[in-house]
Design a protein around this ligand. Structure first.
Ligand code: TXA
Ligand code: MG
Length: 346
């Protein structure tokens, strides 16, 4: 398939290019566009045939539901029923932005979009290009992350182009995403709201607005993970070609253990990568990729680092461990998944 590419600057949007891509969406085709979290692979959320093309382009299992992206809060009431007070507070506080809410769905949302569930995931992105294309298309847009199923989600124009050119009808290349991990997914259909996927809107920030929030307990370890309430959290995900290990322990032990492993791997002819905070970069041997200094920077660089490791043909990756408060929760969730829960105690 020939992909129609538009390069658009988010700070100086070329409306004609947006309209060209919006026409594709209106006619039931697939278009990739940037959002503030990761690039999304969009199609008309209310058109079953269009939505099927998303699953095909990604090679995604059809029981994994999609997030419906909207331009205006009013659209929530067309798509969902039982829109409760907590949902209204979340929308007011965090939209447009990187949080997705799960509500009971109305019948207008096809089963293909909701993966056969009675609920629907809705998000209003804040990225200027994402907002403009949804507005111009005039329809709600189903959009999962724009990666082949199982791979790390792309946050850079270059990465999404390399992975998806030829697999979709249209593609907007519009720079880098700023948050780097996907939106927080919050289930609001039960009395106590539950985070099904941690993201950059943190549990702490949510609790300030709506009180007690639970984290889906099945996200804790590999065994429980099979029971995850968000179907997408059950699958292997964020996997580069290399084997990923998280190395846990105090700084000195982690450093010694990683350097020892790098040496052993080298003797076996294996190429080893290390992902670490900027301040630790000189402590390690092997191919270093710096993740930044703050948790926010780590979140924004993580998927790029995994993709970069593949480009460098790395066989084994060791990553430092990160704290699980704030956005650290999302970082460790993605890192554990990409490592298949393999942790080395240093
Ligand atoms: O930041 C994001 O959310 C990005 C950008 C493109 O907006 N999108 C994204 O979509 O990450 P996707 O499809 O890669 O992840 C959606 C997650 C999956 O884990 C899916 O199982 C879950 O949300 N989900 C969607 N609808 C759901 C529902 N009705 N109930 C439970 N989980 C749901
Ligand atoms: Mg995804």
């Amino acid at each position: 398939m020939k992909t129609i590419i538009s390069k658009i600057n988010a700070e100086d949007i070329d409306l004609n290019e947006i309209k060209k891509q919006a026409e594709l969406l209106k006619s039931g085709k697939t278009v990739i566009f940037p959002t503030e979290t990761v690039y999304g692979l969009g199609a008309n959320a209310l058109d079953e045939c269009a939505v099927k093309k998303i699953y095909e382009a990604k090679g995604r299992p059809s029981d994994n539901p999609l997030i419906v992206h909207i331009y205006d809060e009013k659209e929530v009431y067309d798509l969902a029923k039982d829109v409760n007070e907590k949902a209204k507070l979340i929308m007011k506080e965090f939209w447009p932005g990187p949080i997705t809410i799960i509500l009971n769905k109305k019948s207008i949302v096809p089963d293909t979009t909701s993966g056969g569930l009675d609920t629907v995931a809705i998000r209003m992105p804040s990225h200027k290009i994402a907002r403009e294309i949804i507005k111009q298309a005039g329809i709600p847009i189903a959009a999962p992350s724009a990666n082949i199923s199982g791979r790390p989600s792309p946050t850079k124009a270059k990465h999404v182009y390399e992975e998806m050119d030829g697999r979709v009808d249209g593609m907007i290349l519009g720079g880098d995403s700023n948050f780097g991990v996907e939106s927080t997914v919050l289930d609001l259909t039960e009395d106590v709201p539950m985070i099904l996927r941690p993201g950059s809107v943190t549990k702490e920030a949510l609790e300030e607005i709506i009180g007690n929030v639970q984290l889906d307990p099945s996200l804790r370890n590999k065994e429980d993970n099979k029971k995850a309430k968000a179907p997408g959290m059950k699958y292997t995900h964020y996997s580069p070609n290399a084997q990923v290990y998280i190395v846990s322990g105090n700084d000195i032990n982690v450093m010694n253990r990683i350097n020892e492993l790098v040496k052993i791997n080298k003797e076996k002819g294996l190429k080893t990568g290390v992902m670490c905070l900027d301040k630790n970069k000189d402590k390690y041997s092997g191919e270093i990729i710096k993740l930044g200094n703050t948790l926010e920077e780590v979140a924004s660089n993580l998927f790029d680092a995994l993709i970069e490791m593949d480009k460098r043909k790395i066989d084994i990756i060791y990553s430092e461990e990160f704290p699980t408060y704030g956005v650290g929760q999302a970082i460790m969730n993605r890192l554990l998944k990409s490592a298949g829960y393999k942790i080395i105690q240093a």
